[in-house]
Design a protein around this ligand. Structure first.
Ligand code: HEC
Length: 217
């Protein structure tokens, strides 16, 4: 009887080992998933430890936190609504009340990629920030230095007109792109203070003015 019990205990122990290994691997896998994220966040936060102003950029607002979920964690309807609502509330307008400004100033901004870059470990301070649009969009059909991360905006107002609705949409889209498409790759240029409301109005004019090269015949 004792021999049988010993055998059973030995067998039970042997069987328990793979089982324990299996459970420990599972918990380690889950832990490593979470660890990778927190390690990465710590590394980003620590990258410019001597310059708190730069570290401040790594602090995610509630919408960015939602949008930074791992790619296989798709957003719920509630999360999407949260992000679009927050984006809509973030929009402010020029004091003049005019959502279109000077298209020529807009043309300069669209082609200008400077301002608030990191140069020699410091944030570049310029009197005026560029709008970066050409980095991602073809806007002037003649511009050779244009990116393609975003859709082409050539012929913008020729294609959709320049009604009040189009102008307002264009202004709000540039101010906070997530008001229309949560977590898209377009930066939230007004909401994150890269462009002032007046600068955005100039860019809106550049996209919609019939005289602008964007809408050239
Ligand atoms: C980092 C890349 C990037 C930059 C910089 C960028 N965009 Fe975008 N933009 C996108 C992407 C990607 C989309 C498509 C997803 C979306 O709608 O948010 C988009 C969409 C748009 C749309 C909507 C297109 C439509 O058919 O209605 C407009 C308008 C627009 N961008 C204008 C601009 C302007 C003007 C600027 C500069 C002030 C700019 N974008 C800067 C990436 C960018």
């Amino acid at each position: 009887m004792k021999a049988i019990t010993d055998q059973w205990v030995r067998g039970y122990r042997l069987g328990a080992i793979p089982l324990l290994l299996f459970f420990s691997a599972c918990s380690q896998w889950t832990a490593s998933f979470i660890d990778v994220r927190s390690n990465a966040e710590t590394m980003v936060m620590g990258a410019y430890s001597a310059t708190p102003e730069l570290n401040q950029r790594a602090v995610q607002d509630p919408s960015q936190k939602i949008c930074s979920l791992m790619p296989d964690e798709s957003l719920t309807q509630d999360q999407m609504t949260f992000v679009t609502d927050a984006a809509k509330h973030s929009v402010s307008y020029p004091n003049s009340g005019h959502l279109t400004g000077d298209w020529k100033k807009g043309a300069e901004l669209v082609a200008d990629g400077t301002g608030q870059r990191i140069v020699n470990g410091q944030i570049e301070k310029l009197a005026r920030n560029g709008a970066l649009c050409n980095n991602c969009h073809q806007i002037d059909p003649k511009e050779v230095n244009a990116g393609n991360l975003g859709p082409s905006l050539v012929g913008y107002a020729k294609l959709r007109g320049r009604s009040e609705t189009v102008i307002r949409y264009t202004y709000e889209k540039i101010y906070n792109a997530w008001a229309f498409l949560p977590c898209s790759n377009m930066p939230r240029l007004g909401a994150n203070h890269f462009l002032t409301p007046e600068q955005i109005a100039d860019v809106v004019a550049y996209l919609t003015d019939p005289q602008s090269p964007v809408n050239a015949p």
